[in-house]
Design a protein around this ligand. Structure first.
Ligand SMILES: [Zn+2]
Length: 303
């Protein structure tokens, strides 16, 4: 809403060029928002550098993120060994014997491994120093990300306990979605984007998976047959799997660990293709706002 107001302000002022710049900036921010594949790519990139290493300190330059970074992290973690680096939903977990450092990238966060001597840049808020002279550096221009400490089982913490299954595990199947959808009139797109049902199905992936499975995004979740949920789950898995294999959607900076850009964007069939012909039938792709999110679909192929 805030962004829309900025654009509206320039439009009212008759300043078309500023309005255009604002729209393109907003577009960039939304496109760069880390989704599950980018977080997975980040975790896979960091793990070999961090697992088994001990921490030699924590530098916090900016404490005011989405939630304040807890005090005393450096004393708490110095000399402690990172036992594992894992992901749950879009949370990155650095697990220690004493507890877990839980990092969320928010809208614009990046996590990279660099030599500790690398000069800091604007928005480099937190460094987790490793004993081999590297550090895990957290940069977040918009500061919607977070760095938190959880003692005890992180999966039972208030951040994670209510979350639905991961989309790539066996527990998540057509029968599971079908069962959870009974009696629900909510649009199936909102249903699969609900983190209590399944985590990590962001806007791009929901649109693409619904296209691949031939399901209209507006269809009521409770009115979809089991067989179609089997197809939808297969589509969610393949769309996320391909994006992970490609290293994310568009996100050049996630590559920092591997240096490879994400090419998944080129495989998008409906997302942001409104007005262009559907590759399957030639009808024009439509755009509709569902649950305040732009949704793209083919009204011939998806019923
Ligand atoms: Zn079509």
């Amino acid at each position: 809403m805030y962004w829309a107001q900025i654009v509206a302000f320039y439009v009212r002022q008759g300043d078309a060029s500023r309005a255009t710049i604002a729209v393109s900036l907003i577009h960039n921010i939304i496109c760069l928002m880390p989704e599950l594949p980018e977080v997975e790519t980040t975790v896979n990139g960091i793990r070999p550098f961090a697992e088994g290493r001990s921490v030699s300190g924590v530098i916090v330059r900016q404490r005011q993120l989405r939630w304040p970074v807890p005090r005393g992290l450096s004393q708490k973690l110095s000399g402690k060994v990172i036992q594992s680096v894992r992901r749950r939903a879009k949370y990155i977990m650095f697990e220690f014997e004493q507890g877990t450092l839980l990092i969320h990238l928010g809208m614009s966060g990046r996590l990279r491994v660099v030599p500790s001597t690398t000069p800091i840049e604007k928005h480099d808020h937190v460094d987790l120093l490793l004993d081999d002279g590297h550090c895990v550096r957290f940069r977040d221009p918009r500061r919607f990300g977070s760095v938190m400490w959880v003692s005890g089982d992180p999966l039972m913490s208030p951040y994670l306990y209510h979350l639905g299954p991961e989309p790539l595990v066996d527990e998540f199947d057509g029968h599971y979605l079908y069962t959870r959808a009974r009696g629900r009139r909510t649009a199936v797109k909102n249903f699969i984007m609900n983190g209590r049902i399944v985590v990590g199905v962001g806007n791009i992936y929901a649109s693409e998976a619904l296209f691949r499975s031939g399901i209209r995004p507006t269809r009521a979740a409770g009115r979809i047959a089991l067989e179609r949920y089997d197809l939808l789950v297969a589509a969610i898995r393949s769309v996320l799997g391909e994006a992970i294999a490609a290293g994310g959607t568009t996100l050049r900076d996630y590559s920092s660990v591997t240096g490879e850009p994400g090419y998944f964007e080129q495989a998008l069939k409906v997302y942001e293709r409104q007005g262009q012909p559907c590759e399957a039938c030639g009808d024009l792709i439509k755009r509709k706002v569902i649950g305040q999110r732009a949704t793209y679909y083919c009204s011939y192929c998806q019923v």
